[in-house]
Design a protein around this ligand. Sequence first.
Ligand SMILES: Cc1cc2nc3c(=O)[nH]c(=O)nc-3n(C[C@H](O)[C@H](O)[C@H](O)COP(=O)(O)OP(=O)(O)OC[C@H]3O[C@@H](n4cnc5c(N)ncnc54)[C@H](O)[C@@H]3O)c2cc1C
Length: 440
Amino acid sequence: MTTKSVFVKYSAKWLLLFTVLVAAPLVLALIGHQHENRGFWIEFGVGLGFVGLAMMGLQFVLTARYSKIGAPFGIDELLQFHGQAGYFAWGFIMAHFIILFLADSQFWEFLDPRVNLPRALALAGVIVAVTALIATTYWREKFGIIYEWWRASHGLLALFVVFVGTVHILQVSHYVSETWQQIVWVTLSLAAIGMLVHNRVWRPMQMKKRPWKVVSVTEEVDTIWSIELEPESHSGIDFKAGQFVWITLGDTPFKLQQHPFTISSAPSKKNIRLTIKALGDFTSEIKNLETGTTAFVEGPYGNFTLDASVKTHNVFINGGIGITPTMSILQDLKSNNDQRQTTVIFGTPSLELTPFYDELKELSNEINLNVVHVLEEAPDDWDGETGFITGEIMKRHLPDISNCEFFICGPPPMMDVAEATLREWGVPVYRVHSERFNIV
Ligand SMILES: Cc1cc2nc3c(=O)[nH]c(=O)nc-3n(C[C@H](O)[C@H](O)[C@H](O)COP(=O)(O)OP(=O)(O)OC[C@H]3O[C@@H](n4cnc5c(N)ncnc54)[C@H](O)[C@@H]3O)c2cc1C
């Protein structure tokens, strides 16, 4: 099957399934005995509540890191979709409250502590929780919330919303009066909670059985370090070049600190190399990591990978640390003596801050590879490209794009320019693969 048909088939299939699942509670509500008609706005408001809660439940599926669900979008795109869906879920849940309060003042009773204190607290808590979910995501850095605390609170707040939402539906019982309907709601809510437990408890338990050890820590350039991990008494992982893993460092995998990094070595090697740029609290400590430190690896994930069966001209447009998946892919081409045409357009601040300069040079002698370095600040004797990666630079080195497959990974402004240029050139979306390192 071609890349195009796989993309179209899966995108359409998953989007349709998502829509069906979001709308399913409405169908579920309508099956069963006849309900009194309470007027359009009340029924509409109730319907939005069902849809909003279903969307919240599905958020657990989207973030559960099941690679089959991620195919063929890539986990970063899936997480971006999760972010967009989150805004809709918030909108539906808030609209549920607002429409019902406006449609009939009797609904204010639900928030009246004098009528039912636990119910009023729980429902007010849901309004606060869904709003906090959105606000702490959008303004996390502004509020100064550490990523790990944000991630932990995000899961707990969502869990609270789904739990209270389900209890609320069962208590109101208007459309869920039959036992089988109640069983379905409870089962779906438990499934959502189960996914969170699977992700945060079961997976670390499995990882604990397969520890890794840091065997080397090497400076590539200033602020960029590579670490090599060796599997301890197990066979390691099977991955495709270009994929990433989540790692935890230290004695236990049950930690809030779990970070995604792309493997920058070839799949043919048992040890894996991760190349990490110092950015925040976790990555800035990589240089101080001692060999022998235990690591836990979850994955592999992602589909920023080459299609082995399609012999296209593969073009990698990378900036800075975004080179890591490309390094794995190039090393893999070398391992397989795959001589398909490959171009890397690589933007970096300067020659001194270009990771893998020598490794890329060696690779270009061994495979059919042309590397175009684009330096923001170049030495006086530099006769290559300078400045930032632009459409003109891309055009200069890619005179014929008819058979090209593009792989873009780097800082967001660089990715935006590259993606916009390819759109302008009319390159079909299924020939453009992007991986963003800033998923939230
Ligand atoms: C698919 C993918 C592959 C990546 N591959 C690489 C790589 O090969 N090399 C590399 O240097 N970096 C890579 N990153 C980025 C790397 O994960 C972050 O730079 C790192 O987690 C930052 O952690 P910090 O605590 O040092 O920085 P912080 O200052 O805490 O965070 C900086 C930013 O990194 C992101 N981030 C922080 N913690 C996490 C986390 N636990 N999970 C997800 N994102 C987080 C957030 O967007 C945050 O705003 C990748 C990211 C993704 C999503």
